[in-house]
Design a binder for this molecule. Sequence first.
Ligand code: URA
Length: 484
Amino acid sequence: MLSARINGLNDFEEWRAKARQLLAAGMRPGDVVWRLPGDDSGLFEAGDDMLPSGDVPVGNVPAAFVELAREAINHSDPERFAVLYRFLWRLLEDRGLMQSASDPDLNWLTRMASAVRRDSHKMKAFVRFKSIVDDSGLERYAAWFEPEHFTLERTAPFFVRRFDGMMWAIITPYRSAYWDGESLALGPGGQKGDVPSDDAVEADWKTYFSSIFNPARLKVSMMKSEMPVKYWRNLPEAELIAPLIRNARQMEAEMIERTATQPPSRHLRQQAREPEVAEPEGEIQSLADARAAVQGCRRCPLYEHATQAVFGEGPAHADVMFVGEQPGDQEDLAGKPFIGPAGKVLDAAVEKVGIDRARVYVTNAVKHFKFEPRGKRRIHQRPDAGEVSACKFWLNLEIGFVKPKVIVALGATAATSLLGKTATISKLRGAPIELEDGTVLFVTNHPSYLLRIPDVEGKAREQQKFEDDLILVRQAIASIGTRH
Ligand code: URA
């Protein structure tokens, strides 16, 4: 048995270097125990210092695995390093493993990666900054947050983009992130008491907090990658404030201006994990492959803020495919289409007109949730033409694999995507449209449109029209007969 000692909690590069050494030495996964920081057991086991050092190549690893591993390693489950190594070992023997929807290790890692994305999303939604104005009038912001997983590093660039004109700190139990308006630095974790509980801040805390934002110190902390909090306390006062004196109001105005008009600088975009890898298109040979690959989609920027891609659901060879616009808030968190309020309207209408749910596949024109954060809420934003067209790749795959006989476009976005040109519901509803491949398309309103109608009569009228459209769909399915 060999102990592989890991120093970082979520350092992908460290794990990869160690995994390469282990592979080069032919160490089978069952013969390696991964020891995490703080785990001093196994002192009498053989250590990894006996392994050959240096960067040992191990052959080509699918880009999708690297992408998945980079996410999954942020999970707090102590097994993550071992499962990653076991899966990598097996992947090098069987390159098709990334496409195996039933592989338990792959499923485990995919679940871990999606929990990490959800956790990161929670951080984006729930971090609340406290404002601290020091005696010179300079304003800074700090937030305490306890993520479930090690997600600060992957989420901090989001805050840089959102609040690039502010100086802020996010402190978590395992790590802290500091933005001084120019560069992002990471430091060790802290405690809840490091952030004031309300906006009236104690004088000594102000001093401490000022010290955190000393740019010279931040450079040091970036170079060393860690700088203990206790050192920040000891900075001389003059040094703390002098480089930072800017009028707080002016900073705020600049911030609003910048956030509204300026794309993130190149420096920030790099930190925001620019797409390294496209999804492995050549390897998509089934609906299950597409479902796995869509999680790596970088075809448009919507993946950056969504929790996950939401793929379609239903029988692999359903007779009818309903296509909505994009996942909503609940769908984004759950990873399933049409489970929120609009889904309930759709389900009720489908049942009422007598369409057999067992013959229905439900999906969306766009697979990532597009929204605007407002306080704690995420407000739906309609996807633009570029996003719809980028995502047509996935919708085409779903149509190609499921081969529905009837497709129902719910709303203008879906209709535009399916027809490839701007569609108006009122002009297109009520009659089948034959698509190039012979599939029959029906167009109707999006169920959320019904939810938004304020007056009872108008709502009832539109509900009836919606159901009439679905009756046409039921009749079309019936005329096709059962495929299976
Ligand atoms: N609206 C949609 O278009 N799709 C969903 O999945 C949910 C709401």
